[in-house]
Ligand binder design. Structure first.
Ligand SMILES: CC(=O)SCCNC(=O)CCNC(=O)[C@H](O)C(C)(C)COP(=O)(O)OP(=O)(O)OC[C@H]1O[C@@H](n2cnc3c(N)ncnc32)[C@H](O)[C@@H]1OP(=O)(O)O
Ligand SMILES: CC(C)C(=O)C(=O)O
Ligand SMILES: [Mg+2]
Length: 571
């Protein structure tokens, strides 16, 4: 890169329009959409679409709701010509859809274009020639008048050929190609000269399409250009002003939005922004941006995955995983604080109110996505996300301190592996940590009862180091009695610091899950978890799970229980 880029590049000149009005405008209705996937998108593909792919794309565009579809450049390629003929001859164009075709302002190409459209019910003939200062000089070697004459002569031929085929309802469109590199007054001069030939009326308007063939400036400047053009062009009430942004600076979406605020009536673009170089403006993003402002775009992306698969198939290009509204990862949070806020947001969201879930600009369900991928776990994740998954996928509503404890378990695994953990792996880690810890102690059986004074009592057989031991005690309930008996057995005082339980699943398969936080003799606490159809059994398992975990961390050692120590060493 140059140290002084100003020796090679210069800033785009500002537009002299001090009283611009577009910054205060709000878009309250969608523009007229025109898909150019089958033309501009197609001409940029490594492998242009064959007939089968074109038909698939056309049918999908119709399903999405496009009413204007540029189907190709029939004078330029036999495939495009044949496709146009098939659509017309096989009557594949719905009554409310108008096909559009592109042609250069060259007599032989215009003639061939009309041949391709023979018999169409309604069609937009889109003629262009480049008007930019650079192309006038280096491509055509013509002055302003010479370039304007190409457009006028082309317009005259279009008008005459259309008059010869009155069975078709013709709509004329002209693009001063490379509009953004054209002096504004000159762009207006050429467009006015074209409309002087076509003589549009408010009832039969022409389309003037103003392409950012190459995006050369910040979007506000494009908006200024559009507002300036709208103010100065002749026959404004008989003209549909269309924009056709490309994405060279990565701001095509912003440019299109500001252009609509500046007066554009129509937008040409492609699905997911396929198109020349960095692409055409992405209509999916534009449409969904409108949707998030409460304006229905008139295009249906209720099954965004299907649209994405279709585009990937026809274009043979992937859609980026972070593509707005559609990419695989755009409704996914890996980072802990985002996950926490999303989990709380879901909890607080009233289904009948405005959408207010943090970090999710729209409800994934609206584009046919589910909440499956909203939270995924890696080393950046926290307790909120992990507990969200445990609840969503396994029905476990973990108490807060257990969430903290378990997230540290997961953190160790993700730090060690450096990769994402899927729900199955998180469950395995949970099971290994809490549900299958049966050393040193394991519950064999137990019996509940009451003594002569009516106190609860519990006797249990526990396996300790491979040997069965009968333990028994009284208490305020079965858990209290069990903990007392166990304390005597290990020779130190164990206490229940927290206890919660809930059912998982309903009906005959219902299971109880118990979460017991046990405090060891040194005051430290750890959770244990138990699952069983019987709530008391689940609770006793949970107590042993916690005590085993305390034992595993040497918490019970200070109790001086040498036998316990031996068991642990053997484990
Ligand atoms: C910005 C856009 O997306 S514009 C659309 C671009 N799309 C395409 O180009 C895809 C289809 N194009 C094609 O198949 C071919 O380019 C065709 C059939 C249109 C023309 O092919 P060719 O005649 O072989 O010319 P080529 O492709 O090299 O185009 C350049 C020639 O067209 C001339 N040309 C371009 N526009 C015009 C015009 N409006 N009037 C007269 N000549 C023109 C150029 O001056 C150049 O002429 P030269 O060869 O005498 O120097
Ligand atoms: C033909 C025109 C409209 C075009 O695609 C462009 O200028 O980008
Ligand atoms: Mg283009």
């Amino acid at each position: 890169m140059l140290k002084q880029p100003s020796s090679k590049y210069r800033a785009f000149a500002a537009i002299d329009i001090r009283d611009r009005t577009w910054p205060d405008k709000v878009i309250e209705q969608p523009p007229i959409w025109c898909s150019v996937d089958l033309r501009d998108g197609n001409q940029a593909l490594i492998e242009p679409m064959n007939g089968e792919r074109k038909h698939r794309m056309f049918a999908a565009l119709v399903d999405i709701g496009f009413k204007e579809i540029e189907i190709g450049f029939p004078a330029a390629s036999q495939t495009d010509f044949d496709f146009c003929r098939e659509l017309i001859e096989q009557d594949r164009i719905p009554d409310d859809v108008t096909v559009q075709v592109l042609t250069q302002a060259r007599p032989e190409l215009i003639r061939r274009t009309f041949e391709a459209l023979k018999g169409a019910r309604r069609a937009i003939v889109h003629m262009y020639n480049s008007t930019s200062t650079v192309q006038r000089r280096v491509v055509f070697g013509l002055d302003r008048d010479g370039i304007r004459d190409i457009a006028v002569q082309g317009a005259e031929l279009v008008r005459d050929l259309a008059a010869e085929a009155p069975e078709t309802e013709w709509v004329f469109q002209y693009s001063p190609e490379s509009f953004t590199g054209t002096e504004l007054d000159y762009a207006v001069e050429v467009c006015d000269a074209v409309t002087a030939v076509w003589q549009p009326t408010p009832e039969h308007r022409v389309i003037l399409n103003l392409p950012a063939t190459v995006e050369m400036s910040t979007p506000n400047i494009y908006a200024d250009q559009i507002e300036w053009f709208c103010r100065h062009v002749a026959r404004r009430d008989s003209v549909i002003v269309s924009v056709h942004p490309h994405n060279d600076r990565g701001t095509a979406v912003a440019a299109a939005e500001l252009a609509v605020m500046a007066g554009a009536d129509r937008v040409e673009g492609t699905l997911f922004g396929n198109g020349e170089r960095t692409g055409n403006v992405d209509v999916v993003t534009l449409a969904m941006n409108l949707y998030t402002q409460g304006v229905h775009p008139g295009l249906d992306f209720a099954d965004i995955n299907q649209v994405m698969r279709l585009a990937e198939y026809c274009n043979q290009l992937p859609v980026h995983p972070r593509h707005p509204y559609a990419g695989e990862l755009v409704f996914t949070a890996f980072s802990g604080s985002h996950q926490d806020a999303i989990k709380k947001g879901f909890g607080a969201q009233d289904p009948d109110s405005l959408w207010e879930v943090p970090y999710l600009p729209i409800d994934p369900l609206d584009v046919g996505r589910n909440y499956e991928a909203v939270i995924r776990i890696n080393s950046q994740s926290g307790k909120g996300g992990i507990s969200y998954l445990m609840e969503r996928d396994y029905g476990l509503v973990m108490p807060r301190r257990l969430q903290i404890e378990f997230s540290q378990v997961i953190q160790r695994v993700t730090d060690e592996t450096g990769r994402e953990l899927v729900a199955d792996e998180i469950w395995t880690a949970f099971r290994d940590e809490y549900l299958t810890v049966n050393r040193p102690f394991e519950l064999v059986e137990y019996r509940e009862g009451t003594d002569a004074q009516g106190n609860d009592k519990l006797s249990a057989t526990i396996r300790d180091d491979g040997n069965n031991h009968l333990i028994a005690a009284q208490g305020t309930g079965p858990i209290d009695a069990f903990v007392t008996a166990l304390s005597r057995h290990v020779g130190c005082e164990l206490q229940v610091a927290d206890y919660t339980e809930h059912a998982v699943n309903a009906g005959a398969n219902a299971q109880a899950v118990a979460y017991v936080e046990m405090r060891g003799p040194d005051g430290s606490t750890l959770y244990g978890v138990g699952r069983h159809a019987n709530i008391v059994t689940a609770s006793l398992h949970a107590v042993l799970s916690a005590v085993n975990r305390l034992a595993g961390r040497s918490v019970l050692e200070n109790a001086g229980d040498a036998r316990l120590q031996a068991v642990r060493e053997g484990a």
